[in-house]
Design a protein around this ligand. Structure first.
Ligand SMILES: Cc1cc2nc3c(=O)[nH]c(=O)nc-3n(C[C@H](O)[C@H](O)[C@H](O)COP(=O)(O)OP(=O)(O)OC[C@H]3O[C@@H](n4cnc5c(N)ncnc54)[C@H](O)[C@@H]3O)c2cc1C
Length: 569
């Protein structure tokens, strides 16, 4: 049912938000701060969605720290013009650049949601308008204990990618954990962190020293004016209700059964796109066949489908259907495939190369996760996998996929036995084991090792950009991103394309109001996060490409709802 004539409401609020990731929580927070009564309905038993398990980085140019680092909004605009090319939508980018930094500043100064400038360069910092620093911010650490009983509602981090199943580390803490015995200071810091984690486990069943996306969602929960925000878990959007051309509420499936909830001002869709809806992925992304996603499993396009049912339009003219990361795949006890993200530790480090089915390199391995998978799609012409190849010394130092650096992983045998890793005593043997061509793989490794000596990656320019060099090391070689693949045994890890979230989504105005198939905004209906078509159009300018716009357009939706929409009587 879509058009309603006679309504019998079970509950009312001013703004009804579906989804509790970065997009939905931003909209809820800004609407509540403006004095509106807000209800956030989250389908799962936890709040936070993909956002809570993410890095939590936001790409937002023009913040005070960014300007102090020498950046300008005009340079950021130039960069986005270069990045987005023909897909550039000036109304959306203008709104993002004009308002983004102010929105982050409001959070930083008037709420407990704090973002700190990082030293991350743009992913194409050498291109026109690119910046070597100043546009990527990360959430400040947050103490989960401040949430009191609400801490139990927060989505836990992804156990399989964390040390000891859930210990969250900030980038500044990683070196200590990699070399805990390197100094007394490192040892003390590691010990203190582990001791707190152990005590937290006893008391809460998880760590409370929150970082990254977990810190972001927790601080948003904490900052909500609780007299004006009702946070409902296990409440799923079923259907939008429309009256006289305006969206006036929704049918919600919750613990108390099916309820009709009136939204006096607006409904905001923030259900995280459709990374787990196979039909939608086939329809909107036929050129990007893939099976894996690290997005929240509940994100199956329900927000988008409900909007389409009330006449909304999709915006499909994007570079890609999703943002990508390489992922290896493990199996859990039930035999289900579990994607393991291409992590920060081994990502693009010197001494690992990516090879295609024949055993040839096809990409600069130190480029961004999104660019590596995009290159794979282009190279393979469709669904494909590739392998990371390295020697044992590399895996001991950096880890490899789910393998942690020594001493956190001491033996690789179980990984090899389960088939997760392939290990061989020679390159031809490794090639045979992964189905590649023996001579090609051997020649590829020899060529790579020769590049290490000259310091020039003649094929893909590895080590040329600031982002590449972030993953470099002093290796004794002229190029910090290049180190030879040395003595056997050799390792190969099969890699698949995995989405971080989808990019194609609802067409909206620059105020995040959903546009109908007639080209007109639909009164009372807004979208943010991955339910709206990505501002960066399936390109990945830098760390925080999805959450920057998610936070900004969530806030812009709230501001528009507050200013322009009159309550329906
Ligand atoms: C490991 C990892 C690291 C990442 N790091 C970064 C990063 O640092 N920076 C960055 O910009 N991006 C990052 N990403 C991508 C980013 O996390 C997502 O694109 C982003 O979180 C999407 O936000 P969202 O609000 O749209 O959706 P989500 O955060 O997924 O929230 C959507 C919510 O909607 C709920 N929902 C679904 N259907 C319904 C329904 N019918 N009714 C009610 N609720 C519903 C879901 O349960 C979910 O909680 C990362 C992704 C991963 C997997």
């Amino acid at each position: 049912m879509v058009e309603q004539t006679q309504q019998a409401w079970d509950e009312e609020c001013d703004v009804l938000v579906f989804g509790s990731g970065g997009g939905g929580m931003s909209a809820a927070l800004f609407a509540a701060r403006a004095g509106l009564q807000v209800m956030v309905c989250e389908k799962r038993k936890y709040l936070g969605g993909t956002t809570a398990t993410s890095g939590g980085g936001i790409w937002v140019p023009g913040t005070p720290g960014g300007l102090a680092a020498g950046d300008t909004i005009e340079r950021a605009r130039e960069y986005l013009r270069w990045e987005l090319g023909d897909h550039y939508r000036s109304d959306i980018i203008d709104a993002f650049l004009a308002q983004g930094a102010g929105i982050v500043e409001t959070l930083n100064t008037q709420t407990d949601v704090k973002f700190e400038l990082s030293s991350w360069p743009d992913y194409h910092s050498d291109e026109p308008g690119g910046a070597k620093k100043g546009r990527t911010l990360f959430p400040a650490p947050f103490d989960g204990k401040r949430l009191g009983r609400d801490f139990a509602l927060l989505q836990p981090p992804m156990h399989r990618i964390m040390v000891l199943g859930g210990l969250m580390l900030g980038p500044d803490e990683v070196p200590d954990f990699l070399r805990p015995l390197s100094s007394v200071r490192a040892f003390k810091r590691v010990f203190a962190k582990l001791a707190r984690y152990a005590l937290d486990w006893l008391r809460f069943g998880r760590g409370t020293d929150l970082r990254s996306g977990n810190a972001m969602i927790a601080s948003m929960m904490y900052s909500m004016p609780r007299d004006r925000v009702s946070l409902r878990t296990q409440h799923a959007l079923v259907e939008l209700l429309k009256e006289n051309g305006r969206v006036v509420g929704a049918v919600v499936q919750g613990s108390a059964g099916t309820r009709r909830i009136r939204a006096r001002r607006a409904v905001v869709l923030a259900t995280g796109g459709f990374p787990h809806d196979k039909d939608m992925l086939r329809t909107y992304g036929p050129k990007f066949p893939h099976k894996q996603s690290l997005g929240c499993e509940a994100n199956v396009g329900e927000g988008i489908k409900s909007a389409l049912a009330v006449g909304a339009a999709m915006d499909t003219d994007l570079n890609s259907v999703a943002n990508w990361t390489p992922a290896s795949v493990m199996r859990d006890r039930q035999g289900r495939e579990i994607p393991v993200i291409y992590g920060y530790l081994d990502r693009g480090r010197p001494g690992v190369i990516a090879v295609d089915a024949k055993g040839r390199r096809f990409v600069n391995e130190s480029s961004s996760y999104h660019d590596i998978v995009s290159a794979m799609f282009k190279h393979s012409g469709g669904e494909g996998t590739f392998h990371f190849v390295c020697d044992l010394a590399f895996a001991r130092r950096h880890g490899l996929g789910a393998v942690r650096p020594w001493p956190w992983t001491r033996s690789l045998s179980s990984f090899v036995r389960s088939g997760y890793l392939t290990m061989a005593s020679s390159l031809p043997e490794l090639a045979r084991a992964i189905g590649a061509d023996e001579a090609t793989l051997t020649e590829t490794v020899q060529r790579h090792n020769a590049n290490c000596k000259t310091g020039v990656d003649v094929d893909f320019g590895r080590g040329a950009t600031a982002y590449n060099r972030m993953f470099g090391h002093v290796t004794g070689q002229p190029n910090p991103n290049l180190a030879p693949i040395g003595a056997p045994p050799y390792l190969a890890l099969r890699i698949h394309a995995a989405s971080l979230g989808t990019t194609i989504g609802l067409k909206t105005t620059a105020d995040a109001q959903v546009v109908g198939v007639d080209g007109q905004p639909i009164d009372g209906l807004y979208a943010c996060g991955n339910d709206l078509a990505a501002a960066f159009r399936g390109r990945y300018p830098g760390g925080g490409t999805t959450l920057g716009p998610a936070v900004v357009f969530g806030a812009l939706a709230a501001q528009h709802i507050t200013k322009l929409t009159r309550p329906a009587d």
